[in-house]
Design a protein around this ligand. Sequence first.
Ligand code: IPD
Ligand code: CA
Length: 272
Amino acid sequence: MSLEIQLRDLARDVAIEAGELAVRRRSEGVSIAESKSSVADIVTEADREVETLIRGLLLAARPGDGFLGEESGHEEGTTDVAWVVDPIDGTVNYAYGIPQYAVSIAAARGGTDPLAWTAIAGAVRHPAFDETFSAARGEGAVLDSLDGSTRLAVNTEFPAGALLATGFGYDKATHDADIDTVRRVMPIARDVRRAGAAALDFAHVAAGRLDGYFERGLKPWDRAAGALIVQEAGGRILDLPADRHGRIMTIAGDAELVSRIGDRVSGITADE
Ligand code: IPD
Ligand code: CA
């Protein structure tokens, strides 16, 4: 079995166990532990506990791997594999009781600088729906659910316009620019969704439940697993240069659609 598949299977198993803990803690009631970059950017006790569980399980299975987690930061390892983890993506949904939240776990390679890492395996677990999206580089992407195991492929035809998702950062100073981007992209959209969990937005593009997704300012843990799953479902990930707030725009979907969204975001608005 290739290393990529071993890492994917480990990511999947750990994400399922972590999701069970998140659901259990949710049913017991959520307490906000702290606000982070802004008052809207929260962390719950469950985020921290779930990340501790994930870290313990991964490092017990593969001692020496590096780790980058949303809640506990970066620890360099002694192997050439590092784990990139968002214990609960969609924390605001989680806190409000909206089931659109996920556990995201990716294995990456590429030295000591997280910005240079390439994901080689990953899993996004949506515990409320009992769905696990996963991929190993070069091996395709799959969804495991109560209906069995399905290979994923992005949509390539958009006769009624593309169903797109987006997200907004927590910093209010960036909202005007994000709303302006939605206005620019709207002419090629069938409609736009803002569901609140980036990892699931990527996973749903891979599964053809969305045609495309764009957002500025994603963190490595928001995207590591999901972006690989889109690529392994035949899609493209495009990163555009940072805006004046230092936020890179990431676009996911079918390659041609991604180019059209990129042109619109950049102000090239040829007739569609
Ligand atoms: C956030 C969610 C949200 C996205 C933000 C992310 P968090 O992650 O994925 O949909 O718009 O950019 O930071 O804070 O819930 O882990
Ligand atoms: Ca999170």
